[in-house]
Ligand binder design. Sequence first.
Ligand code: PMP
Length: 363
Amino acid sequence: MSPPQVLDNALGAVGKTPLIRLDKIAKDQDLKCNLLGKVEFFSAGGSVKDRIAKAMVEAAERDGKLIPGKSVVIEPTSGNTGIGLAMACAIKGYATIITLPNKMSLEKEALLRALGAEVIRTPTEAAWDSPTSHIGVAQRLQREIPYGIILDQYSNVNNPLAHELTTGPEIIEAVVATPASPEHPSSGKVDVLVAGAGTGGTITGIARAIKKTHNKDCIVVGVDPKGSVLAKGPDCDEVSPEDNTPYTVEGIGYDFIPEVLNFQDIDQWMKTDDAESFAAVQLVMRNEGLLVGGSSGSALSGALRWLKSDAGRETANTEGANVVVLLADGIRNYMSKPWFLQIAMEAPPSALAGKIAGILNTK
Ligand code: PMP
């Protein structure tokens, strides 16, 4: 462990997140493999996207594309990239405009405004290439606003690169540095990675780091919500491209294929729905004490379903195999969402409830 140091600013607290065993869930699901969560809400801005915001801003600064006091950073996002950018821009002195589809939570808008960003809401149902979509509106503003710049997470190489250089290596180092023990057998390598895809930068970058430098045979499983078109390829038998039913989970899935998503790095896809995602969030909270967001539930439910499928059963039954699930953000972003209030407040009563009622009602 390196000794603690004074950081220059909050950007020094981006990333370097823990990899945490999800042992109770693994045991309940009869898994012999290790189930490990890469828990990204520990990052300064609260999500995996802080890393790319920092990387894109720093790269643009190196290229002389940003002028403090003048540049206006404009970005279409599902919120988390915006929060990372607004944090970086607050620190560095750039104005920020975030375009955000209506479905994204009030909490994200409030955080963006708290960080000093302007927020423009756009219709969720607008197709990506419509002038009224979050992408279309950002482009229109950029054309009109002097010194307006879109760093563009959908095509910016620093998006996947940030994960190839930080998220991936952190996962590899944690697995390699943790010795196998009789209590916790370990193959010493990352055998499976499961992550949701929005821009696809996270899964593409981590997959590259693992396959290039650590374990070329690592199986990379992408998770895509029903209603999105990202899942495709010979191994995906669950694709229904014409299905554009709305879904509630935020941050994953799209109606177009972003440039940074590299299908070659993804071995298999799992389609998920809202109900299983939110049930998995409740499972992680109640069993592992981790306050994750909705897309983390999607990633976990996709992982558990994959481990029970023909493709994943061997891994599930292999002692010491390491299955890493990317948990992209925290519940802070969703506290007022009905789905969260439902899993929190309408959870089945604990064994204590009857006893408490008995005591209080007899007084
Ligand atoms: N989960 C959440 C909550 C997100 O905000 C995002 C980013 N859109 C993702 C997952 C997916 O990350 P990526 O864009 O790198 O695919």
